[in-house]
Design a protein. Structure first.
Ligand SMILES: Nc1ncnc2c1ncn2[C@@H]1O[C@H](COP(=O)(O)OP(=O)(O)OP(=O)(O)O)[C@@H](O)[C@H]1O
Ligand SMILES: [Mg+2]
Length: 390
């Protein structure tokens, strides 16, 4: 598959996770279209969640996102520290609690290491995760020569033209250099990384029940990207069509539901999505569509916006779609991947096969006692990666 031209150099090449749930130590190569697959319980959703957690850093919400997941204790790998200790329940930890997440492109990379505070037990927040370490680097992995920003607890140093300069700014335990570092010469890198990371879009199980937000009329405003809950479906559809990118949407609908066409009806500024189907005298409103039909339209709007986000990540997009919609879904994902980078976590063998035929790279996960591993990953196929020590 040819690389999307606008993301050359910016496309993520590596995702690395250590100590997060079943992901003890995983380094996954990423491609324009990456298909993450594997049996039940192998860690696919954990990988999706790890990437989403990293994205929260771009919004300054990594610490609260961990709290929402039940705190560090529940997101931390619950197994022994070494494979030799496998099966030994109740073994005491000797190493510090550490959840590490990192991504890199050919251009820039970022690592965050979260842990427990060295506590003041009197504080009400003594279980709040803390950012222990952060690194920003050029190129595909961190090396002493490629580091630009190196944060250790409260202290930050920034590499300038004349070498390292320690920042006078002290980082609070929940503050990230991406968001909060205002001092120093590496502002371009932090702003650029933050903007990119904050623009990643994640889609996981749209609600399609009778009261689902996507079924309700909404006040329409120009909307670039579909929200997680899909409430702005009609607005995104209209925005994409007005930007001159309606034809790919229509083609995707026609592939899935031959002869059918979506239109956006408006009354007094309120937008409703409707589907005109062959054999029906009137178009059906979003509130009347079947779950699978509505979900497919949501995926279409999410995947083919006029101006796509730099990364689209989907968890099990095939859920509740009939087998006959898997091929159209594959075509939709493959088309999206010509415009931007796409990561698809899937269960479905037929979707995986369709995406592999369309040029997607399949990464299969397996779980072998000591957490999640990438199946058949030879040492040389594991992207180079280096975690900093505390
Ligand atoms: N803190 C933790 N430490 C160790 N393992 C964990 C932790 N939290 C969750 N797990 C395990 O991670 C495994 C993988 O979970 P995940 O939800 O990613 O699976 P999956 O591949 O998405 O499966 P499915 O196909 O069923 O959706 C589960 O077996 C779960 O028990
Ligand atoms: Mg899952």
């Amino acid at each position: 598959m040819s690389e999307p031209s606008d993301t050359m150099g910016r496309m993520l090449t590596t995702l690395a996770v250590a100590g997060y749930r079943s992901l003890v130590d995983v380094v996954v190569p990423l491609h324009p279209l990456t298909v993450i697959t594997g049996a039940n319980g192998t860690g696919k959703s954990n990988l999706y969640r790890a990437l989403r957690l990293l994205a929260e850093t771009g919004h300054g919400r990594a610490v609260s996102a961990i709290a929402r997941e039940g705190g560090l204790d529940s997101v931390l790998w619950a197994g022994p520290e070494t494979p030799q200790g496998a099966g030994a329940q109740g073994t005491v930890r000797t190493r510090p609690v550490s959840v590490r997440l990192g991504v890199a492109s050919e251009e820039l990379g970022y690592i965050i290491d979260l842990g427990l505070p060295q506590t003041d037990q009197r504080s009400l927040f003594s279980r709040d995760p803390e950012i222990k370490r952060e690194q920003v680097f050029t190129g595909p992995f961190a090396r002493p020569g490629t580091l630009i920003i190196d944060r250790q607890r409260g202290g930050v140093r920034v590499r300038g033209d004349d070498g390292w300069v320690s920042s006078t700014q002290a980082m609070g335990p929940g503050q990230s250099v991406l968001l909060d570092l205002t001092d120093g010469s590496a502002l371009w890198e932090t702003v650029s990384l933050r903007q990119r990371i904050a623009s990643w879009r994640f889609y996981d199980h749209f609600r399609t029940d009778a009261a689902a937000p996507a079924r309700l009329p909404q006040v329409g405003t120009r909307t670039r990207w579909l929200s997680d809950d899909g409430h702005d479906l009609a607005a995104v559809w209209a925005t994409t069509a007005e930007a001159g990118r309606g034809a790919p949407l229509d083609a995707a609908v026609d592939r899935a539901f031959p002869g059918s066409r979506v239109r956006v009806a408006t009354t007094d500024g309120s937008f409703r999505l409707q589907l005109q189907q062959p054999g029906l005298l009137r178009p059906l409103d979003a509130s009347e569509l079947s779950d699978g039909t509505l979900r497919f339209l949501l995926l279409t709007a999410a995947l083919l916006p006029a101006d796509p986000p730099p990364l689209l990540v989907l968890n099990e997009p095939e859920a509740s779609l009939h087998e006959s919609l898997i091929a159209p879904l594959g075509a939709l994902l493959a088309e999206a991947a010509t415009q931007t980078q796409v990561i698809v976590v899937t269960h479905s063998a037929s979707l995986r096969a369709a995406l592999a035929r369309a040029g997607g790279e399949v990464v299969e996960l397996e779980s072998q006692g000591f957490g999640t591993r990438v199946r058949d990953q030879l040492p040389l196929e594991r992207p180079s990666w280096h975690w900093p020590s505390r």
